[in-house]
Design a protein around this ligand. Structure first.
Ligand SMILES: [Zn+2]
Length: 257
């Protein structure tokens, strides 16, 4: 019995080490070539307004993203002219597994496995082959309350992103897509999960400006522009966000501190 447990523990350690090594290798090699991020729109509630929006949706709705990553990578001297290519993939008709309501680790792991399995079954074929798959759940503009929490999975290299099906929301929508995309490359959140306020210094676009507030831009992984103490606003588009130094380090754009 003890022997079996010892072997199991050893195997678990080995699997973790192997997984981590593979992941690190993938991350460090990612930026040797352009990473393809493919977007798959989904009509979340199946309503007519969202359907109409999705019928007209084209790549112009995401046009800010490629130049943004190009420009931000240049600030960190990444040495890769185009780090991310955005591809608008085919529509997905199936709905992804529901995200568990409780915040327990076990249900999060089970959901992540189910999500990866679902993605494997339902991703439409597209060219070029995606490095990262982002499933975009569109909701009608009349959706009441806050949208469900979006998720970017580092290990599965995929994301589930909740967006508004409205042209006026395309700026903020792209910020959410960019934020969740960087989670898939290992970036961490830089806001307080309870107050949603950016955490200084790493969650601020200009952490060393004086006076510190108001800020003009958001750090992408903090997601909001701090304006007054305990107050922040949603950025209107990519032009109002930057990738901060810690995020750049986490995604492998600079050497780890
Ligand atoms: Zn996040």
């Amino acid at each position: 019995m003890f022997k079996a447990i010892r072997i199991l523990i050893l195997l678990a350690i080995l699997a973790t080490v192997a997984g981590t090594t593979l992941y690190n290798r993938w991350q460090s090699q990612s930026w040797h070539r352009t990473q393809v991020v493919t977007l798959y729109p989904i009509n979340a509630a199946g309503d007519a307004v969202t359907e109409d929006y999705l019928q007209r949706l084209d790549a112009s709705a995401f046009a800010e993203l490629e130049p943004y990553f190009r420009q931000q990578a240049a600030r960190y001297q990444l040495g890769l002219d185009q780090p991310i290519r955005i591809v608008l993939g085919g529509r997905v008709q199936a709905l992804p597994p529901a995200v568990p309501r409780d915040r327990g680790i076990a249900s999060a792991i089970v959901w992540s496995l189910r999500m990866r399995c679902w993605a494997w079954r339902h991703t439409p074929a597209s060219s070029p082959i995606p490095d990262v798959k982002m499933f975009l759940m569109y909701h009608p503009p009349t959706y009441s309350g806050a949208l469900p929490h979006s998720i970017g999975l580092e290990k599965g290299r995929l994301g589930l992103v909740h967006l508004f099906a409205h042209k006026a929301q395309q700026g903020p929508n792209q910020v959410v897509v960019a934020h969740e995309t960087l989670h898939t490359f290992g970036a961490s959140d830089k806001y307080d999960p309870f107050t949603l306020q950016p955490i200084a210094p790493d969650g601020y676009a200009e952490p060393y400006q004086s006076p510190l507030l108001p800020q003009d831009k958001a750090e992408l992984m903090a997601g909001r522009v701090p304006t007054k103490p305990a107050t922040s606003r949603i950025p209107n588009g990519m032009k109002e966000t930057v990738i901060g130094a810690l995020t750049a380090s986490e995604i492998g754009w600079t050497k780890h501190r």
